[in-house]
Design a protein around this ligand. Sequence first.
Ligand code: ADP
Ligand code: ZN
Length: 358
Amino acid sequence: MAEVRVNLANHSYTIHIMAGIISQVGQLMKDMPLSRKALIVTDENVAPLYSGVLADSLAAAGFLPFVLVVPPGESSKSLATADKVFTQAISMGLDRKSPIIALGGGVIGDLSGFVAATYLRGVPFIQVPTTLLAQVDSSVGGKTAVNHPLGKNLIGAFYQPQLVVIDPLVLDTLPERELKAGLAEVVKYGVIADYDFFDYLIRHQEDILARRPDELIEVISRCCQIKAAVVAQDERETSLRMILNFGHTIGHAVEGVGGYSEYNHGEAVAIGMHGAALLSSSLHLCSTAASAAVKQLITGMGLPLTAPGYGTDELLGYLARDKKVVDSKVNWVLMQDVGRVTITQDVSEEHVRAVLSQ
Ligand code: ADP
Ligand code: ZN
């Protein structure tokens, strides 16, 4: 059992990480000031696997759970799907203390969090993330959003959960490609903040890929600790929190050029981290040994390094449009060493071009 306490300016909560803990969510909720009716939001893939055990655990603790199932995939991160969740919440009479529980990956977390943030101006939100990506990334930090036809994540709010429950055993059913996508963010945490953790990942990559619970618990809790520490210092992403975007500058461009379908988020971030590492060493911010170590771990985790066939000009076009661009300058998160990064706008287009065309 591992617990990570997330301490924010106006709110604290605990992330519980343990094998099999999904059957104890009701128990964990029992001492919280909650109404009995609870809305579990999940998707069509996750529902048949885990909604029964979760709903049973709530019922055993005296709650009255209802399970709302939405289609899987990014298309459910929409105002139209949010409207279905609002309709369910209103028609079942959820009040200000009724919890909304996200059971699923990042899509379900972002969608349900957005509804929890806005229904009755905010109701208790509980996360039970079921993808590695959601467990190490979106369950800490409080970003919730739905997409608009004109852009991703444009409509949302910062909204913190009351409780996060992470069961590494649910990853057993996760498709291989989704597991690896989550590992890209895991590698990112090592690079931005923790040499020892990076080293742990190198030594245990086979156990992690084999989904051994002990190693997964170690990985998930380290990532949540690192993210919690960063977010605690910069809740609204004004400065330090930008380091979490390591690999995401080029990554978002790769996702954009591929029409958000060829590479998933984690794969695009892996390509972006490799690019950022190369950029860092070509600017002499870090050694070539440091950038080679990042390359080696990305490969070891079964992730891609480059996007063959992607045009440099097209990628550069997307870089300029990234949401994180301030005053038309790209904020690059670059490596000084494994475990240490810096943020700079001082990168010439020639250097970026040289890296993107490799
Ligand atoms: P992410 O967390 O990567 O942002 P999604 O919410 O889109 O993404 O989840 C990725 C896919 O994995 C979806 O098709 C979802 O239904 C499926 N999924 C989520 N969790 C599990 C699980 N534990 N086992 C099997 N499939 C899962
Ligand atoms: Zn990411």
